[in-house]
Design a protein around this ligand. Structure first.
Ligand code: MN
Length: 191
């Protein structure tokens, strides 16, 4: 029995479209989620999370991000979080792991520069952020260690014209609050 011609047409059209996109350079990937949760646990830190392979790869950044490329911020790689946690704000009760207040400090999407899985595995992840507070090009670079500990990375702003000297601008001090306090992003539907 012959295959459904419509299916065949669709398959051919899809593969030629895929080819066009591949040749055209910019693959139309779905937007990947990006979130930073500010977390007053035993110590204040910023949980920096990037969607990769259906989970949120996570780094705890004690000092938070900086727009100054000279500020190489320690980012401790921690366990993956489920995407459903991205919108969580509230109080983690006493006695539970990470007890303390959590707010969504930034949210948006990210776009990897190059193959994100390779970058993640190599400890050299470069990307563009489309957040409410963080924009432009950033890098997460794993620190090579000979002494067992294998979870230390650095979060660094890359030079792209959006960088700002720390003496002039501190994003965590200028914008300390939840994204819920910010005006709606352009084009967003009112909830
Ligand atoms: Mn945390």
């Amino acid at each position: 029995m012959a295959a459904n011609p419509l299916q065949k047409y669709k398959a051919e059209r899809d593969s030629s479209r895929a080819l066009q996109m591949a040749e055209g350079g910019a693959p139309r990937e779905k937007a990947r989620a990006f979130v930073i949760q500010k977390h007053w646990a035993t110590r204040l830190h910023y949980d920096f999370r990037l969607e990769l392979e259906g989970a949120m790869k996570s780094w705890a950044v004690p000092k938070g991000p900086s727009y100054d490329p000279k500020d190489k911020r320690m980012a401790v790689h921690v366990e993956d979080h489920p995407m459903s946690y991205n919108t969580f704000e509230g109080q983690i009760p006493e006695g539970q792991y990470g007890a303390g207040k959590v707010i969504v400090w930034d949210e948006g999407t990210w776009r990897p520069m190059g193959d994100p899985l390779q970058g993640y595995q190599d400890g050299n992840l470069k990307f563009e952020l489309h957040g409410r507070k963080l924009r432009g090009h950033w890098a997460l670079i794993k620190i090579k260690s000979r002494h067992g500990k294998d979870n230390a990375w650095l979060l660094i702003k890359e030079r792209d014209g959006l960088e700002r000297p720390a003496a002039e601008f501190s994003v965590i001090d200028e914008f300390p609050d939840s994204v819920a306090t910010l005006p709606s992003p352009e084009g967003a539907k009112t909830k």
